[in-house]
Design a protein around this ligand. Structure first.
Ligand SMILES: C[S@@+](CC[C@H](N)C(=O)[O-])C[C@H]1O[C@@H](n2cnc3c(N)ncnc32)[C@H](O)[C@@H]1O
Length: 265
């Protein structure tokens, strides 16, 4: 019985994987293989794809500096600042840069948010990834005087896209690209924006993403199908709990469920 299992198609897959470890690693970078400055997660690969060639990049909340190191190794960017507020990831970023011999082109700064950026850096693109949308908004707001307005913002919020987009709109940033991707059972959004002058988005566009809701990609529609089911379940729970605080939450949830239902029509 055991032999039959090993002789079946599963064995072929296993043998292929063993013989082509490098190829599998490239195809499936985030499953079972370590991520590093050579092998980015699919999420960071998609972020990388939005960074313009020749950019002077500031990666804020850089952790191991995987993104700027990978982009520099590939010759995509001209220089980078890797900003990190926490000591352990800051040290990890220093180590990645040193191990790749990139001290001449990537500066690692221990600083909160945009304070990592100095006027002389001539930054042309900023990445803020893997944080809540509210945190990204707060980082942009806290030191907005460090923004020249010429930088492309490449943002990857983990939730909280609506407040983040509201900040962009209120500060004259137009959303020029958006995407949704799914990796390891999480849905991720990427929002790319540039300062353009006054711009107006509706509440629904801020919630779903103005470009995403018009494009309606399969990944985007699947994400909202899943969220709709989740929100309906939460609403049922709140209705059963039936008290004052829950009422407010319930009416907000009902509003969102109705928006999603309109999207699904
Ligand atoms: C989940 S990690 C994401 C790392 C990387 N950007 C990515 O997307 O894979 C978030 C990082 O942001 C850092 N961070 C959070 N708030 C920050 C701030 N105000 N300034 C700089 N870094 C910050 C955290 O210390 C942490 O290393």
């Amino acid at each position: 019985m055991r032999n039959r299992v090993w002789a079946g198609p599963g064995f072929e897959i296993l043998r292929f994987a063993r013989q082509n470890r490098g190829l599998i690693c490239w195809l499936l970078p985030s499953r079972g293989f370590p991520l590093n400055e050579h092998t980015l997660s699919r999420r960071l690969e998609r972020v990388a794809a939005h960074v313009p060639v020749g950019a002077r990049l500031a990666d804020i909340g850089s952790d191991h500096a995987y993104l700027p190191v990978a982009l520099m190794r590939r010759g995509v960017i001209a220089s980078a600042v890797a900003g990190e507020v926490a000591l352990t990831p800051y040290n990890a970023a220093l180590r990645s840069v040193r191990e790749n011999g990139l001290e001449g082109s990537i500066v690692v700064r221990h600083a909160s948010g945009l304070r990592a950026i100095e006027a002389d850096d001539g930054i042309t693109a900023i990445t803020l990834c893997g944080m809540g949308g509210e945190t990204i908004r707060d980082i942009l707001q806290a030191d907005s005087d460090r923004l020249s307005g010429r930088e492309l913002l490449v943002l990857q919020p983990n939730g909280g896209g609506q407040p983040m987009r509201r900040w962009l709109m209120e500060h004259g940033y137009r959303i020029v690209a958006e995407e949704v991707l799914r990796e390891n059972r999480f849905d991720y959004e990427i929002v790319v924006a540039e300062r353009s002058g006054p711009v107006r988005y509706t509440e629904v566009e801020l919630y779903f993403g103005p470009l995403l809701m018009h494009e309606r990609s399969p990944a985007f529609m699947d994400k909202w199908d899943r969220l709709s089911r989740l929100k309906r379940k939460t609403l049922e729970g709140l209705k059963r709990a039936n008290h004052g605080v829950a009422d407010e939450k319930a009416s907000e949830l009902t509003r969102q469920i109705n928006w999603i239902a309109q999207l699904q029509r």
